[in-house]
Ligand binder design. Structure first.
Ligand SMILES: Cc1cc2nc3c(=O)[nH]c(=O)nc-3n(C[C@H](O)[C@H](O)[C@H](O)COP(=O)(O)OP(=O)(O)OC[C@H]3O[C@@H](n4cnc5c(N)ncnc54)[C@H](O)[C@@H]3O)c2cc1C
Length: 509
């Protein structure tokens, strides 16, 4: 029997699934998901991500069964699994979506392509976002991305002629079987397309009216943001599907519904950023572990402090907003953009930690870990791209702006509930007698800041500016712009081209 293998990876849906549609049109298909032990022991993988994938696989299997198909789940490395299946009954092709993943998945995809070549099996891949493979520079990219998003979704045949499959999904390993001992996030979002569609519908119809103005504060962001990121990261929802559903919602809004219109338009621009950032990693996979602008090599490599890193990871930096964000992340696996950026900025500037280890820790925390967005953002917020404004988020200023009454920090840090309002933002300055009166000991119930914030920020800024002033660093910026910068406006430009006043305005002290 001539059949094709459809290899599901981070595309756990049937809707708008070009590899499946093409295979199902040509005859019987084997729908395969491989639980790869090698993937799950990578330093960016975590139990919470696996928990989300596990639920998504169960949902995918339900969907497939409704169309006469089923999902085969195998545990092993992909090349071995393919070899085993091929020996049992030879298939003619392997179909999959292109994946822009980490270095490990990149090498694994090359190994799969090589195995297919060696065994006379066709290896076919389709894009699933507006990310262009083999792109050398950014001119013309936006046009190609928008054209992809405007195409109609790929239709699926109503019934799938399936081969193989396990009888149930009991074979799905538990996190500990994969060596994931870091524990799930008890209040994370649940996986699966069904959940994803509910979140999408609720956002488009209701919550999007709070998007504009609601996404910056961690208090309002949990409901004002779309919360679609894990569903997009694991492909339970397609990006094109979300983009087109947003367009359709905009089209039916009455003209006087301004807040929702603005919210949906702001959301659309984030969807474009999704592809823009993933394109960077697609074009330059090395940015996962080395500076985008090589002139920044050596900046933080020697300054590693295990003690400062541990304070961050344990949520004991002493800056309440930072520690509350870490507590929320541990529990839910999600944070809004501004708080993610603030965590990285605090790590990069006052704590002076290199972005790679910080990025691995955060990747494991995020249920929605998407390597292309993640590593590009890590570098951007750490100031090593050479083309973005230095954004130094002061955690005390952020707390005053985003959580002025302290509701957020008191929710996540019980000891802060006893701290009087007057000391909310800098509790370490509380006089001894106030500490005794409210029953909170600084250095015990509440950590003392690991470094003096003002001094550390001043030093960090001075180091950055000194490096930026070097002619060889300035000379490298144009090359980064050519390869990676957005052509949509002046959002990403060499740092030196902006005036000092403009720079000062954008630094968030
Ligand atoms: C240091 C750092 C690391 C990040 N790591 C990730 C990650 O691993 N995975 C991830 O999906 N997002 C990441 N982001 C981007 C952003 O914070 C999240 O996409 C967002 O918080 C997810 O919540 P949402 O879906 O409700 O966002 P919404 O605001 O509703 O946005 C909708 C979608 O647009 C995309 N998007 C939103 N903001 C950005 C952005 N700044 N850049 C690129 N795409 C964006 C995402 O796909 C998101 O799901 C990171 C940001 C920072 C600063």
């Amino acid at each position: 029997m001539r059949y094709r293998v459809v290899w599901f990876k981070r595309d756990l849906r049937l809707h708008d699934h070009a590899p499946l549609a093409a295979a199902a049109q040509d005859g019987p298909v084997l729908c395969l998901y491989v639980v790869e032990p090698g993937l799950w022991v990578q330093p960016d993988a975590s139990a919470r991500q696996w928990g989300f994938v596990r639920e998504s696989l169960q949902d995918l299997d339900r969907e497939l069964r409704a169309r006469g198909g089923r999902l085969m789940v195998c545990v092993g490395e992909v090349v071995e699994v393919l070899a085993r299946l091929h020996a049992r009954a030879a298939f003619v092709a392997v179909h999959a979506h292109e994946e822009t993943g980490n270095g490990w998945t990149y090498a694994r995809d090359r190994a799969v392509a090589a195995w297919c070549r060696a065994h006379g099996v066709a290896w076919r891949e389709w894009p699933q976002f507006g990310v262009v493979r083999g792109l050398r520079e950014r001119d013309g990219w936006q046009r190609r991305r928008d054209a992809f998003m405007a195409e109609p979704p790929v239709p699926l045949p109503p019934r799938i002629h399936a081969v193989g499959g396990s009888d149930d999904l009991a074979v799905l390993p538990a996190a500990c079987d994969l060596g994931l001992s870091d524990g799930d996030a008890p209040r994370r979002q649940r996986g699966g397309r069904r959940e994803g569609l509910l979140v999408l519908g609720d956002f488009l119809r209701q919550r999007s009216r709070h998007y504009r103005g609601g996404i910056s504060s961690p208090l309002t962001a949990t409901s004002a943001c779309s919360r679609l990121s894990p569903y997009l990261a694991q492909g339970c929802l397609g990006l094109r599907e979300v983009e087109q559903a947003t367009q359709a919602q905009l089209a039916i809004l009455p003209p006087d519904v301004t807040s929702q219109r603005l919210g949906l338009q702001g959301f659309q621009s984030r969807l474009a950023w999704h592809c823009h950032f993933i394109q960077k990693l697609e074009s330059e996979p090395e940015l996962e572990w080395r500076n985008l602008h090589r002139g920044y090599d050596g900046l933080r490599e020697d300054g590693w402090s295990a003690e400062r890193f541990e304070a961050l990871v344990q949520g004991r930096t002493g800056w309440p907003l930072v520690d509350a964000c870490v507590a929320m992340l541990r529990e839910t696996g999600w944070l809004n953009f501004r708080m993610r950026a603030m965590l990285v900025s605090v790590a990069a500037y006052p704590l002076w930690l290199h972005w790679r280890e910080v990025g691995l820790w955060l990747a494991r925390q995020f249920v929605d870990y998407e390597p292309g967005i993640h590593w590009s953002q890590l570098q951007m917020q750490s100031g090593t791209t050479g083309i973005n404004t230095t954004r130094v988020y002061n955690p005390v200023k952020q707390a005053r702006d985003q959580d002025p009454q302290g509701h957020f920090v008191r929710r996540w840090l019980p000891a802060m509930r006893r701290v009087p309002d007057a000391w909310l933002f800098e509790p370490w300055r509380m006089p001894e007698e106030t500490q005794a009166r409210c029953g909170v000991r600084v250095g015990d119930d509440i950590p003392r800041p690991v470094v003096d914030l003002d001094v550390a920020l001043r030093e960090a800024k001075a180091r950055m500016h000194a490096l930026r002033a070097r002619p060889e660093v300035q000379a490298g910026e144009a090359d980064v712009v050519r390869r990676h910068a957005s052509r949509a406006g002046r959002r990403e430009q060499p740092a030196r081209r902006r005036s000092a006043a403009e720079r000062a305005q954008q630094e968030l002290f």
